[in-house]
Design a binder for this molecule. Structure first.
Ligand SMILES: O=C(O)COP(=O)(O)O
Ligand SMILES: [Mg+2]
Length: 222
């Protein structure tokens, strides 16, 4: 049986909040608007860049006008498009993925982040080579927490299902709606206490993930 594991990106494999925060504040600075705090930016991550800019506008008293939103989103994408300067992979991520690959686990990515910065980040951090399939925020019309993108990635991997790994309320809801087991990385951007989030497994360091995956697939094939 194929062992397929699909990962979320922001808050799960990479800590991208510092770059998202910086890019959002560049947009605001160009408008002559005071910066938002890091905690605000971090709390706005999860539903993709268009939603992040919508929340930045609301928090900064810039309203909800769709044309203004389109203009500021375009400006944001210009700033959030270079090599990630402040982003880092979470501790142990690369080792864990290498160990999973060594145990013949097939891996994919399912993020709400737009395609351009997703590809840049995957390449920059050497994550690309592990991901057989990578769906981003614009791959389908639907985005997480709609389960469609997650089903799409497992289907493209040729797996009937598998384990989804993510960090946030959005990921937990996606997995639950998809009817799939979920490993929650507790050190990402979630705001809800762990016991209140749907999850099958929870872990706070990637060193623990290969054993969780091995145990999971032993259980489902037993
Ligand atoms: O960019 C976002 O808002 C969320 O991205 P993620 O789906 O990889 O967490
Ligand atoms: Mg995430």
């Amino acid at each position: 049986m194929m062992q397929a594991v699909v990962f979320d990106l922001d808050g799960t494999l990479i800590d991208s909040a510092p770059d998202l925060h910086a890019a959002a504040n560049k947009v605001l600075a160009a408008e002559g608007v005071p910066p938002i705090t890091f905690a605000q930016a971090r709390s706005f991550i999860g539903h993709g860049s268009a939603d992040l800019i919508r929340k930045v506008m609301l928090a900064s008293g810039l309203g909800e006008d769709p044309d203004e939103h389109a203009r500021l989103l375009e400006a944001f994408m210009v700033h959030y498009n270079g090599p990630p300067a402040l982003t880092t992979p979470y501790p142990g991520v690369l080792d864990a993925l290498a160990r999973l690959e060594g145990s013949r686990v097939t891996m994919g990515l399912c993020t709400n982040k737009p395609g351009g910065p997703t590809e840049i980040a995957l390449r920059h951090f050497g994550l690309e080579r592990f991901m057989r399939v990578a769906a981003h925020g614009d791959t389908l019309e639907a985005r997480k927490p709609d389960p469609a993108p997650l089903h799409h990635v497992f289907a493209e991997l040729g797996a009937p299902g598998g384990l989804y790994v993510g960090d946030s309320e959005v990921d937990a809801e996606t997995a639950e709606r998809a009817g799939l087991p979920f490993a929650l990385y507790t050190e990402g951007y979630r705001k809800t206490p762990v016991p209140e989030l749907y999850h099958t497994y929870a872990f706070d360091h990637f060193d623990a993930l290969p054993d969780i995956v091995a145990r999971h697939f032993r259980t489902v094939t037993a």
